[in-house]
Every structure is written in C-alpha cells, then in structure tokens.
Design a protein around this ligand. Structure first.
Ligand code: MLT
Length: 263
C-alpha cells in the first residue's frame, strides 16, 4: 500500500505512532496540516486508500469493495512496518474504516480519534444517493463529484474566505479515479452499523466535529460521546465536515492535547 511515513522529530519524546485515515473521495493531502504531530514526538503514518492519489501510481490499485478491504490493507501495512499499536485517527470514511479495523484487530489500538464521522450505516435513502453518485461519476467523471460535494464538505465561511482550502479539496477529488470513487461508494453503502461497538471501546477516544458539519452533524458525535465511556468531545467552531483542513490550529490543539495527555 502507498503511504506517507513521517518520523517523530528527534527532539520529540518518541511517543508512539499516529495513523491518519483519509475521507471520501480524498487522499493523503487532506492530512497535511496534521503532519506537524511529528514535531510533538509522534511517528505519523498516512495510508493512501486504494485508488486514491496523489500521483498516477494510485490508478494501478485494484478498487476496494468494502470497508474491510481498506481496513485489511492498513492492518497489513502496520504489520509490514512492525507497528504493534498506534493511535488510529479517521475522518468521516476514515472513521468507518477505523471501526472496521477495530472489529478485526482491536489490539492494535492504543487510542482512537473519530473526526466528523458517525457509527451508523447508510439509510436506504443514503444508499440511493450513493448509487446516484456512482452513475454521476461514470457519466461525467470526478469533476462532477467535486461540484456536488464541495458545498457539503465545507462550511459557508470556509468557501467564502479560504480559496486555497477549496482548491486543495477540489484537486484531491478531481485527481481520484472513477474506479476508486465507484469502489468507495460500494464500501460506503454496504458498511455495517458500528453503534453496538461503542460501549465496548475501553481505550482513550477523542471525538472531534465541526460545529457546521452538514454531512455528519454534531448530534451524531454527541451520541457517540454518550455511548463511549470516558470519551472526550471537542467541537470545532467555524468548521464544516473537513474540520482538520478548515480550522487546522483548533483541530491540532484538540489532537495534540489528546496525544500528549490522554494516550
Ligand atoms: C467522507 O467525508 O468520507 C464522506 O462524506 C463519508 C460519507 O459520505 O458518509
């Protein structure tokens, strides 16, 4: 599997490994602002999910069909790097993949960060929307997916005042292949409900959500916070679904504080 591997800074305390799992239909670039966790002493590993860029190599990947495909790839990666445990952080689809990893390999979890995500599976209406998006990308390509998703991924203020973030996100989406997007939509619409897992999580858990997240709205995070004993909830103001890109300083404060004090 393709991945970024940023070593912990020599001055850091060699605290452990942090794995950052990207959302749909994005790529490792979305975690650029969080690579600075390496300066706090964490080795940062950012897996590139099957078929997602950056770079043309992504097009050689076989498409995924389930969250288990992505989860298995990341578990194999950790094995190949001899990483025995890590803090696993996933945003949105990355969170769904973290749940799938936990189902198969709970011992790898030193801690869990659930950012702008939900535990539930898709409703019938959501499945119908996924099928519509598969048709859209087959007919019109990833640019049409970017047009459809950008207004939902970012809050109004970000779209009005942070053109670099808008462009970065658009580039990530438009450089994804049609096959990768179709495969991820299959994985999204067939993922199981992870809600029953929540009370069984006995590891440090941080939940982060943008206060204007329209894809996984705040009440979903509040419910996870209620169901996961001892979890911490941080609401990022002035952010939509991409809280880590829209308000990187606030997101990094929350993540860094969790890594420093709670894991
Ligand atoms: C994501 O950001 O990964 C997607 O919005 C997830 C989803 O559509 O459920």
């Amino acid at each position: 599997m393709r991945f970024l591997d940023v070593p912990a800074a020599a001055s850091g305390r060699g605290a452990g490994t942090l794995v950052l799992i990207h959302g749909f239909p994005l790529n490792t670039d979305m975690w650029q602002p969080q690579l600075e966790m390496a300066a706090r002493g964490w080795r940062v590993i950012v897996p590139a999910l099957r078929g997602f860029g950056p770079g043309p190599e992504a097009r050689k990947d076989p498409p995924a069909a389930s969250m288990d495909d992505y989860a298995g790839d990341i578990i194999d990666l950790l094995d190949s790097l001899h990483v025995k445990d890590a803090v696993i952080c996933g945003l949105s689809m990355g969170g769904y993949i973290a749940f799938a990893m936990h189902r198969h390999a709970a011992t790898y979890f030193r801690g869990l960060v659930l950012a702008d995500t939900r535990s539930q599976g898709d409703t019938p209406e959501a499945v119908a929307n996924r099928r519509g998006m598969q048709q859209l990308v087959r007919d019109k390509g990833p640019g049409a997916v970017a047009d459809a998703l950008l207004p939902k991924l970012l809050c109004d203020a970000t779209r009005a005042s942070k053109p670099d973030v808008v462009q970065n996100l658009r580039t990530q989406i438009t450089t994804s292949s049609t096959e990768a997007i179709v495969g991820a939509l299959d994985a999204l619409m067939t993922r199981p409900d992870s809600t029953p897992m929540l009370p069984t999580l006995h590891i440090p858990v941080l939940i982060v959500v943008g206060d204007q997240d329209g894809i996984t709205p705040l009440p979903l995070s509040e419910q996870m916070h209620h169901d996961i004993q001892g979890s911490q909830l941080v609401v990022i103001s002035g952010a939509g679904h991409m809280s880590n890109m829209e308000q990187p300083a606030a997101f990094n404060d929350a993540l860094g504080g969790f890594l420093d004090k709670r894991v």
